[in-house]
Design a binder for this molecule. Structure first.
Ligand code: GLY
Length: 333
């Protein structure tokens, strides 16, 4: 992994030897970072709607037409959507070719590009089809965060706050102490968010790559979030916005079940509010959310399981009584 002060375009240019025998995958916003080298490329529309089988099919068709062999590589340049699609295509093309990821959003830098989860949405549900396939390399340019649209940056902040909640008291305090530096995207602060979030994620993924156990912790708030994204329509709530809402729900559920320390829940909820996250999904139906949760990938023997916290850094996966979940959803809709 390289974390560099260079721009994403310069970082990619510095590693141009990887372009030989490669296929570039980007979206309409990130393709300009890829330079003008005569390298085959697939340019997808931006946004969640691209995260579907037809995008994977286009990548595979272009790879075949371009003669990308087993010793070739796919290079994904973009946010979480591009990283997930490109890595999924790389994992199945010729039973697997190398994937290099160049994440260009905060969300992709702190979470999506690292850890080997790939995938697409299916049947209206998030990441229903995918593989575990780690990137051969990751080129991270935190400076790309400076030019992100406000909503995109905000979405990444939710995952960075999640990382802090999972076990970095110093990062959590930084979020509490320095909201101006965070919101103004001060470069040392952004770099700290990226490096510290990746360190937390690495410490979990190293111990449980294929999510048989503790990797589920990284899904704090996600059982609620994925249900919201599915019910509200994929893309209407950004992933990070839904995760922030989901973490507030998980904190409340934990308090109601006597698991989460009340003072910690109040502190973490106040932090989410400080960063302007919506903690109520007005107009979204509780029954629809409960129904969507049945498709969560953590369901075991028909029971939906939730990632809850006792305190900062003390995380566990529990099965919650449906009426407790219903009560929390009613409070947050
Ligand atoms: N985004 C959660 C994980 O990588 O496991």
């Amino acid at each position: 992994m390289v974390i560099s002060p260079l721009s994403a375009a310069d970082l990619l240019a510095q590693h141009r030897e990887r372009l030989h025998g490669s296929l570039l995958v980007a979206d309409e916003n990130t393709i300009e970072l890829c330079g003008s080298a005569a390298v085959p490329r697939v340019v997808l529309p931006p946004g969640e709607s691209a995260k579907q089988w037809s995008s994977v099919s286009r990548i595979i068709e272009t790879a075949l037409e371009s003669g990308i062999g087993r010793d070739g590589r796919i290079i994904g340049v973009g946010g979480g959507v591009i990283c997930d699609i490109a890595a999924f295509a790389a994992s199945i093309y010729l039973r697997g070719v190398a994937i290099t990821l160049v994440p260009t959003t905060l969300l992709a830098m702190v979470d999506a590009a690292f850890g080997g989860k790939t995938g697409i949405n299916f049947g209206g549900y998030k990441n229903m089809v995918g593989t575990f396939y780690p990137a051969a390399d990751l080129l991270v340019a935190p400076s790309a965060v400076a030019s992100l649209p406000e909503r995109e940056y905000h979405s990444g902040l939710a995952e960075a706050i999640k990382s802090a909640m999972l076990g970095d008291t110093e990062l959590f305090s930084l979020f509490e102490r320095e909201p101006e530096a965070v919101l103004q995207r001060e470069s040392a602060t952004v770099r700290a968010m990226v490096e510290r979030s990746l360190a937390i994620k690495a410490s979990v993924v190293e111990r449980d790559f294929t999510e048989r156990g503790i990797r589920a912790w990284l899904n704090l708030g996600h059982t609620f979030a994925h249900a919201l994204e599915s019910v509200a329509g994929l893309g209407l709530w950004s992933h990070g916005e839904a995760v922030a809402w989901g973490m507030a729900c998980a904190l409340d559920l934990g308090v109601d079940l006597g698991i989460t320390d009340r003072a910690y829940a109040a502190r973490a909820t106040a932090l989410l509010e400080r960063y302007g996250f919506r903690l109520r999904a007005d107009g979204v139906g509780v029954d629809d959310l409960l129904q969507a949760m049945q498709y969560d990938k953590k369901v075991q023997s028909g029971a939906v399981r939730f990632v809850l916290q006792r305190d900062l850094g003390l995380t566990e996966v529990v099965t919650a009584p449906p009426d407790a979940v219903q009560a929390v959803l009613a409070k947050h809709t």
